[in-house]
Design a protein around this ligand. Structure first.
Ligand code: NAP
Length: 265
């Protein structure tokens, strides 16, 4: 009999950038499928509130971990504690705050180092931490929240475009190396999604253009075939699908969740 298996009971997930936005929405969907989740970000108070609002999994307590993703040693240390408390992670969602916007001609070398550390170095360190357990179990899911800019660079996001492409290449390479261990590695590419990150980008662009953020938002919406911003929950649905048993034969892929905006296959 063919089944569409989305059951994540007895599974554990480390979800990064999970105190709000796409990370939190992803954690909530995973919890709704029965998964025990650890929410990882900087602000313990916001994390505590987010954890308290997660769907309840009977007999399971969700958890939080606190670190600044600009400090990879702290991230590893906290993640190691969280992995002990969880008894291993079956799912890793790599995600953190996006780099500041701005043209590449105005970016400093330091901005690249910072963004590469927050996005790529932590991904590698966290993967190294969780992979032995995933391989031993014969089940693992690594999902990276990146951006549609890996298909079409977005003007005005110079550092971000560059770092996202590096993360996509990293994920594809890793996917091939761990495929026989039944660990999948995939990436979700959010389009314009209605979160704090997007509001701050609209505000920054409006400040630069001397206009108001509402107009910048209207222009953004006009570029989306569906005629609206995405919701964090819509991106989270794609993240969660990649994590399910049903997605067992999908690896090394990227999935845009962008209302049709990216002008490429
Ligand atoms: N929203 C969009 O339209 C869109 C489109 C394409 C790509 N993306 C990318 O998708 C990712 C998630 O976006 P989002 O819209 O959900 O962003 P968001 O609402 O700003 O949420 C970012 C999350 O990351 C955490 N975070 C930020 N900086 C951190 C740091 N230095 N260390 C640890 N945690 C940190 C934040 O929590 P704390 O502040 O508590 O640490 C928060 O939980 C970002 O990389 C973003 O650039 C977003």
């Amino acid at each position: 009999m063919t089944t569409f298996n989305t059951d994540l009971h007895d599974r554990t997930a480390l979800v990064c950038g999970a105190s709000q936005g796409i990370g939190l929405a992803s954690a909530a969907v995973l919890a709704s499928l029965g998964c025990r989740v650890t929410l990882f970000a900087r602000d313990p108070e916001r994390l505590g509130e987010a954890m308290a609002a997660l769907p309840v999994v009977p007999g399971i307590e969700h958890d939080i971990a606190v670190a600044d993703f600009h400090d990879p040693a702290m991230v590893l240390d906290e993640a190691a504690g969280a992995i002990d408390r969880a008894g291993g992670f079956d799912i890793l969602v790599n995600n953190t705050g996006g780099p500041p916007g701005g043209p590449i001609t105005e970016a400093t070398g330091e901005a690249f180092v910072k963004a590469m550390t927050a996005h790529l170095v932590n991904n590698q360190n966290l993967a190294n931490l969780v992979l032995p357990g995933m391989k031993a179990k014969g089940f693992g899911r690594i999902v990276n929240i990146i951006s549609t800019s890996v298909r079409c660079p977005i003007p005005g996001l110079g550092v971000s475009n560059t770092v996202r492409a590096a993360v996509a290449a990293w994920a594809k390479t890793l996917a091939g190396e761990v495929a026989r261990d039944k660990v999948t590695v995939n990436s979700v590419l959010p389009g314009f999604t209605d979160t704090a990150r997007l509001s701050s980008l609209f505000e920054a662009k409006a400040g630069k253009l001397g206009t108001d953020p509402g107009r910048v938002k209207d222009d953004a919406v006009a570029s989306i075939p569906m005629g609206r911003l995405g919701e964090a929950e819509e991106v989270a649905a794609a993240v969660a699908f990649y994590c399910t048993p049903a997605a067992s034969y999908i690896t090394g892929t990227v999935l845009a969740v962008d209302g049709g905006r990216t002008p490429a296959f």
